[in-house]
Design a protein. Sequence first.
Length: 281
Amino acid sequence: MAKRGLTQNSVRVVIILCATLLILEEVESGSQMRERNTLRTKLDDQQLVNDPRVQHLSYVFEETGETIPYALFVPAAYDPEINTPLLVSLHGLTRTHDWLMGYEGLLDHADELNFVVVTPLGYTRQGWYGSWSQGVDGRSLEVEGAYSQQDVMNVVALVQEAYAIDLERMYLWGHSMGGAGTYHLAMEYPDMWAATAVVAPAAPQVRKPSDLKLIQHIPMLVLQGTRDRLVHSTRVWVEEMRGLNMDVEYDEMDGADHSLFISKNKKNVRRLLDFFDGKRR
């Protein structure tokens, strides 16, 4: 009887331990899910560009099950039998996923050049595309940044699946936070891009100027205004580019600000897109 009682007690202990472990796993899983869910808000799904040429699309982000928006422009002359250049465009801090579609003249000139244009969200409006480890508010971007980077690459893959994209003419550019993302994603995927451009770029936290050696084979355009405090870090990065003998075009515009010199300036938008035109890997 004593042995039987001991055995029964042992079984009870095992059952209790297993139940406790299961509860702990559920609590941990729930905490992780709550942490993930707090990364995004309804503001991340906003769209502001009301142009019939812009497709507002979305997909399910596999890692979290969330629906993430992105915007797409397909030129009028698009032919599914002909491979077409793709321009991946990364927005600035707190901007909506479709923000860059509203830059004056961008869609008109993309149509003339027969560019497909896609503007990913980057998971949130301030995810930094993996280029920063800490947000401007001090929060950790360990998870959000990784998701931000993955969202861009997911969207690129979706466009490649849906359209005849020329893999030899894929271009990447970004404004402000998107500039930091451009530096970072070009370095992460250096064999993907035929050319890159940064406009008033923030410097990436997870990269340093010497990392430019990873993309010294990729042509780059840098547009920067002198009335923007980011001009100082941009000069440092451009100096490194020149030291590496990169194919870089740097235009430091006297008196230009951080935003309007590109978002409201058709001439500079045209220069940006013309830089990409015809470049191949």
